[in-house]
Ligand binder design. Structure first.
Ligand code: NAD
Length: 476
């Protein structure tokens, strides 16, 4: 139960925004212009299903058009309402500014429980929703480009792209109207896992800064850290999987809709995910303690807590009991403004949503560029790069032969060095660079300014400054 004085999601975003602007020197009135949501379109449409007409309600909010197109996911969930899409759209504006993706912020949602419909029904509903948005240019390669979010994925994005192409038969850039598409419909390698991968890169970068790690009362590297993750969907699953397989983290808790699994010795993320997909929940998974009240596991002892499901899960009701010294907000808005204050006062370090889950929009940006350039990344230069590397190898081999026993290349060097980067490697490199650079920008302000207590305020300051300078340069 949330306390009555708990701010809503949108109020939380506004409170956090206000905290940051109070530390900035913006021209009068500009802060209000940046904070407000420019427009929200509500649509109600009917679809004939199972012998009767069912009416659905959907939204597309455009928060800021200081850059176009505007960008932001489409969510299918029962909790979708105007306040939620407007809060999410605002976060998109700040997120894109922070990671320098050249977009304004938008977000959409359809109030629906997708698990209640079969694939054919979902296609009809998605295409009809897309039709309503496309005819008002709320889906358009140069104006508004959606992506997946909770309850949607590659399949829905492919339907939306196809719907746009059918309605705009001569638009050569039709595929760029939406990102997160399957590879065979104009998608990009590495987009499905991009948000989870970004969470991993964010944590890797955080642990490259020992002074920041110390602020969280932690020490050492990521290796061996005990992690609890809430929501084993697209974002949570990939983040947990990469942290376990590549960084040596121990995933001690997994919280889902129907309860939570906990094991001191670590859970096998792949096995739990398989179980979840097969059974629709985590209950009954062998080799772990199962808690019916999943949310209680947010309060278990661990090093890193990753809320990756929905907003408001850490609120004034439970923040005081949360023991994790480091929280990384993989979901949007998982910590309310009230909880944020309680946690700050306790010394908990929070890596904020606008940065932590920006991997998705970063790789979406790469996908949009790929669609506009009509060519896969690496196609022109890969073999040429390999040929140039081969020249160096030939010279080294000549030297090796010349010097005899005294010198030789390390094992596997030749094989590794010769391989030119493919699209996936380039995407990962671009994502890693983005996450590192953005972290350093935020962290610098956190360290240099005495009046900036936390990474969230630092992130808002960086983002708002970028949006403000864009308005200053081009006018309103
Ligand atoms: P998803 O639908 O793939 O997964 C959500 C998961 O959370 C599901 O496994 C669901 O069963 C679980 N869940 C739902 N309610 C829960 C509850 N009360 N307790 C525990 N688990 C619960 O969604 P996603 O795409 O992984 O998105 C998750 C969050 O990440 C959202 O806040 C979304 O806005 C944010 N996000 C997603 C992306 C992306 O690329 N998909 C990008 C940026 C941010």
């Amino acid at each position: 139960m949330k306390p009555v004085n708990e701010p809503s999601f949108r109020e939380s975003v506004d409170l956090m925004f206000n905290r940051a602007v109070s530390l900035m020197d913006l021209p009068p009135g500009l802060e209000e212009k940046i904070r407000v949501c420019n427009a929200t379109y509500t649509v109600r449409f009917g679809v004939r299903l199972r012998g009767k007409i069912q009416t659905f309600t959907g939204y597309r909010a455009v928060h800021s058009e200081h850059m176009e197109p505007v960008k932001g996911g489409i969510r299918f969930a029962m909790g979708v309402d105007q306040d939620e899409v407007e809060a999410l759209a605002a976060l998109m504006t700040y997120k894109c500014a922070l990671v320098e993706a050249p977009f304004g912020g938008s977000k959409g949602g359809l109030r629906i429980d997708p698990r209640q419909y079969d694939e054919q029904e979902l296609e009809l509903i998605t295409r009809r929703f897309a039709y309503e948005l496309i005819k008002r240019d709320l889906i358009n390669p140069s104006q508004n480009v959606p992506a997946p979010d909770m309850g949607t994925g590659e399949r829905e994005m492919a339907w939306i792209a196809d719907q746009y192409a059918r309605m705009n038969t001569t638009d050569i850039n039709a595929k760029a109207c939406v990102t997160g598409k399957p590879l065979n419909s104009g998608g990009i390698s590495g987009r499905v896992e991009a948000t989870g991968r970004g969470v991993q890169y964010a944590l890797q970068e955080f642990f490259r800064h020992p002074e920041d790690v110390k602020k969280a009362n932690l020490s050492g590297k990521l290796d061996g850290k005990r992690v609890i993750v809430q929501g084993l969907g697209n974002v949570g699953y990939h983040a947990a999987k990469f942290l376990q397989e590549e960084d040596g983290c121990l995933i001690t808790g997994i919280i889902e809709r129907d309860g939570a699994l906990y094991s001191e010795t670590g859970l096998d993320v792949g096995a739990v995910h398989e179980w979840l997909v097969r059974h629709g929940g985590v209950a009954g998974f062998p080799d772990a303690n199962c808690h019916a009240d999943g949310a209680k596991v947010l309060e278990e002892d661990c090093d890193i807590l990753i809320p990756a499901a929905l907003e408001g899960v850490i609120n004034m009701g439970n923040a005081g009991n949360v023991k994790a010294p480091l929280i990384i907000e993989a979901a949007n808005g998982p910590v309310t403004a009230g909880a944020d204050k309680i946690l700050r006062e306790k010394g908990t370090v929070i890596i904020p949503d606008m940065y932590a889950n920006a991997g998705g929009v970063t790789v979406s940006y790469f996908e949009w560029v790929k669609n506009l350039s009509h060519i896969r990344f690496g196609r022109m230069q890969r073999r040429q790069e390999e040929a140039r590397h081969d020249l160096i190898i030939q010279e080294l081999e000549r030297l090796d032969h010349h010097l005899g026993d005294g010198w030789s290349m390390s094992p596997n060097f030749k094989e590794k060095y010769l391989k030119g980067a493919d699209e996936l490697q380039l995407v990962r490199s671009g994502l890693d660079d983005t996450m590192r650079t953005a972290y350093q920008g935020m962290s610098k302000i956190w360290h240099e300014r005495d009046d900036v207590e936390d990474l969230r305020t630092a992130a808002y300051i960086v983002a708002i400054e970028k949006v403000a300078s864009s308005y200053r340069a081009k006018g309103l």
